[in-house]
Design a protein around this ligand. Structure first.
Ligand code: DGL
Length: 262
C-alpha cells in the first residue's frame, strides 16, 4: 500500500480541485481535509491563516503520512506556501494561485476580472503576480466577502445576490472593446458558483479556474519524485474535517458524485 496524497482547503472549495485530481490520478488514494471549524479563511488575516495551515499540514504529513500535499486554497497558498516548503522540504507541495497568467494569454480585450478573497488579493504573493503581468492586461480586482461562506452553506439566494453584486462591480463584460472578456475564479470555492457567474457575466466571457492545471502539476511532481501509485485499482478517497462531517460528505456527494470513507 502506498501513501495517500493530502488535499486541504478551508472548507469544501478544494473539492473543485479534488474533482480534477480524481480525473487526472484516478488510482491514487487521497485524504481530503476541510478546516470547516474555521472557514472562511479569506477574511481572517494572514497570521491566522498561516497558523491554521501549518497545523493542518502537520497533521496530514506527520499523522496521516501523506506523500504529497495539495494546498487547494488560494488564501492559504498566499499566506503559507513558503513556510510549508521551508518546514517540510522533503514533501512535494503544490499550491494554487489565481489564473492571471492564463488569463493574460486568453484575453483579447486586454481586460480581465479577478474574483478572489480579500486575503488573497491583499497578499504579497498576489501583488507580485499581478505586478509581473500588469503590462500585458488590465486586471480589475474584486474581493468577494461572504461568497465562500454562502457556497459553504449552499445558500442559493445569497450566492445569487453576492455574485450579482460582485460581477456587477467588475464593470462592462463581453467581447466588445473596453469590456472584460475573461474572469478569473481566484478562490477554489467559486467554481461551484460558476453557472450563476456565467449567466450574470453573459455571452462572450470566459471563466478560468485552476483545478486542471493543479492536477497536472501534481502528476508531474509525483512522477519526478518517483511517487506515482503503482496500482490500477480505483484510489480510495477519505474525507475529514474540523467541523461537521455529514455536511462535508453531503457536499462531496453533490460536487464529486462518489462514495467516500470517513
Ligand atoms: N477556498 C479558499 C480559496 O481558494 C478560501 C475561501 C475562504 O475560506 O475564504 O481562497
Amino acid at each position: 500500500m502506498t501513501a495517500p496524497i493530502g488535499v486541504f482547503d478551508s472548507g469544501i472549495g478544494g473539492l473543485s480541485v479534488l474533482r480534477a485530481l480524481r480525473r487526472e490520478l484516478p488510482h491514487e488514494d487521497v485524504v481530503y481535509f476541510a478546516d470547516t471549524a474555521w472557514v472562511p479563511y479569506g477574511e481572517r488575516g494572514d497570521a491566522f491563516v498561516l497558523e491554521r495551515t501549518l497545523a493542518v499540514a502537520q497533521a496530514l504529513i506527520e499523522e496521516r503520512g501523506i506523500k504529497l500535499l495539495v494546498v487547494a486554497c488560494n488564501t492559504a497558498t498566499a499566506s503559507a506556501i513558503a513556510a510549508l516548503r521551508a518546514r517540510w522540504p522533503q514533501v512535494p507541495i503544490v499550491g494554487v494561485e489565481p489564473a492571471l497568467k492564463p488569463a493574460a494569454q486568453a484575453t483579447r480585450t486586454k481586460r480581465v476580472g479577478v474574483l478572489a478573497t480579500r486575503g488573497t488579493l491583499a497578499s504579497a504573493k498576489f501583488r507580485a503576480l499581478h505586478e509581473s503581468l500588469a503590462s500585458q492586461a488590465t486586471f480589475v480586482l474584486q474581493p468577494c466577502d461572504g461568497l465562500a461562506a454562502a457556497i459553504e452553506a449552499d445558500d442559493g439566494p445569497r450566492i445569487e445576490a453576492l455574485c450579482a453584486q460582485y460581477v456587477g462591480a467588475l464593470g462592462p463584460l463581453g467581447n466588445a472593446p473596453g469590456c472584460i472578456d475573461t474572469v478569473v475564479l481566484g478562490c477554489t470555492h467559486y467554481p461551484f458558483a460558476s453557472p450563476v457567474i456565467e449567466r450574470l457575466a453573459g455571452p462572450g466571457v470566459t471563466l478560468l479556474e485552476t483545478g486542471e492545471p493543479v492536477a497536472r502539476q501534481t502528476r508531474r511532481l509525483l512522477e519526478q519524485a518517483g511517487l506515482l501509485g503503482p496500482g490500477d485499482a480505483p484510489g480510495r478517497l477519505t474525507l475529514s474535517c474540523s467541523g461537521s462531517q455529514p455536511a462535508l460528505e453531503a457536499a462531496a456527494g453533490r460536487w464529486l458524485g462518489e462514495r467516500t470513507e470517513a
